[in-house]
Structure formats: structure tokens, C-alpha cells
Write a protein that binds this ligand. Structure first.
Ligand code: BEZ
Length: 256
């Protein structure tokens, strides 16, 4: 997981709350059962760990961001949360399931993540995850790339923090680890961002900080405005911005 991203848990909850809302579907695929032990990998501020907890499972949340974990603990004191890196984590427990929503695309070492998940699952355990798949937010990425090249002589590819694999690539990695891929889907999910005209700015502020790391605040503001102009035709309709999400959703089983 990348360390350059500054996570603001209040902005995440107030302006980007769709992440947890849409993740409820992934919890349905997980289908947590009472008394199961489940790890939520990249739990953010804990809303989906809470959903899993409500099903009677013993859920533990892990996130790379201390900020996010602090907020998760404040919101859900009954759930254990800890700071950990999905690419290098070791805990003593073995889980019935590892769950992850909208987190794995921040981890650019997928083999290490998959090995970690494998090592922490009991035989017969399941890995249920959704994250950005190939082509995810490509209109936004393209607009960022153009603006950074045109105005700042910067190669955005070198700053890109995200991993968006194809269904074939990710299924192959899971199988190479020994998983049986029971389910995999790659689908479009244009995602409405709240606050009308301001929506894309919220998204860029919340998620795309890596690209603007060398810019002043004023340059960053100007860059975001130009990105919005470039992306508007594709992503703005009926008074709202829609991020061009393409999700990869998987369920993989560790043989018993
Ligand atoms: C996503 O959920 O697809 C996503 C979120 C933040 C940055 C990039 C992608």
C-alpha cells in the first residue's frame, strides 16, 4: 500500500461515503455467518466491518492509515481494529474469511497481498474482495495525465499509485497461489459523487493526492479545475459527476 496518500477520515466519510454504501453488496457476497472469524483488509473507517459484525461474526479491521483506524475505533469501539500493511502483514490468527472492499487497488504488490491472505486463512476459508479492475477511472486518469504533461511537464504514469488488473491477470495470480476462483466478475459501475459541481474535486482531493505531490496549493487547484474541464463531457450528467468505475469482484477458496 502506498504511503504518500494522506487519508482524511472526515472527508472520506462525509464526501465519499458511497465507498462503504456500495460495499454492502460485497458483504452480501461474503455472506458472513455467526461466530465466523473474519479479517477486513483495508477497512477504512470501519463501516463494513460493522456490517459484518452485525451478522454475528467476529470481525477484525486492518488498515494502513492510522487516521482511518483512529476513526474506526471511535465509531465502533466494540470491534478490534489495527494498523497494518496489506503487502506485509503477519498476525497470529487464522480466519474463516478475508474480506476487502475498495482497498486492493492501493497495493501494487498483488502477489504479496495474495500470499498474506492465503497464510491467514484456515483451510476451506474464502477471500472475498472488490476493487478497481482494468480500465477503472480511465477518463479521470487520462485527464490527470494530460494536465500534468501539458502544464507541469510531468509524467503521471510514474506517480500513479493504483493497480487495476484484468480479470484474467488477477484470477491467474490467485490460482498460482493455490486458490480456487469460485467467482470473478469485471463490470462497469459509474458511481455518482455527491455535491453536484464539486463532486470531482472531492474525489480528486480524497484519492488522487499522489499526482499533485510536487504542486503548490494554487497549482493543485488549477490542475483540478482543468481536469474537470477535460473530463466533463464523459463524466458529468444531470447535474452530477459520475466516476467511471470498473469493478473487479472475486471470491476465491483456499482448498480444505
Ligand atoms: C476505486 O474505488 O475504484 C478507487 C478509489 C480511489 C482511487 C482509485 C480508485
Amino acid at each position: 500500500m502506498s504511503s504518500n496518500q494522506v487519508w482524511q477520515s472526515d472527508h472520506y466519510d462525509r464526501k465519499l461515503g458511497f465507498v462503504s454504501e456500495l460495499g454492502k453488496d460485497v458483504v452480501r457476497l461474503l455472506n458472513p455467518v455467526k461466530d465466523e472469524h473474519i479479517l477486513d483488509l483495508g477497512c477504512g473507517t470501519g463501516d463494513l466491518a460493522y456490517e459484518i459484525n452485525q451478522a454475528g461474526a467476529h470481525v477484525t479491521g486492518m488498515d494502513f492509515s492510522k487516521e482511518m483506524i483512529g476513526e474506526a475505533r471511535r465509531k465502533y469501539p466494540q470491534i478490534p481494529f489495527f494498523v497494518g500493511d496489506g503487502e506485509y502483514f503477519t498476525v497470529d490468527s487464522k480466519y474463516d474469511a478475508v474480506f476487502s472492499n475498495a482497498a486492493l487497488h492501493w497495493m501494487k504488490k498483488p502477489r504479496a497481498v495474495i500470499a498474506g491472505v492465503w497464510n491467514h486463512l484456515k483451510p476451506g476459508g474464502r477471500f472475498v474482495a472488490e476493487f478497481g479492475g482494468k480500465g477503472n477511472v480511465e477518463t479521470i486518469v487520462q485527464a490527470i495525465g494530460e494536465v500534468l504533461r501539458e502544464d507541469f511537464d510531468t509524467d503521471a504514469d510514474k506517480l500513479n499509485p493504483w493497480y487495476f488488473p484484468s480479470i484474467a491477470e488477477y484470477s491467474a495470480l490467485l490460482e498460482q497461489q493455490g486458490f480456487r476462483v469460485a467467482y470473478a466478475a469485471h463490470f462497469d459501475r459509474p458511481t455518482q459523487i455527491q455535491d453536484h459541481e464539486q463532486g470531482l474535486h472531492h474525489w480528486l482531493n480524497g484519492f488522487a493526492g499522489h499526482f499533485f505531490i510536487a504542486l503548490t496549493q494554487a497549482q493543485r487547484q488549477a490542475a483540478c479545475e482543468k481536469i474537470a474541464v477535460k473530463a466533463r463531457n464523459e463524466l458529468f450528467r444531470d447535474g452530477s459527476w459520475y466516476a467511471d468505475y470498473k469493478r473487479l469482484r472475486v471470491m476465491a477458496i483456499k482448498p480444505g
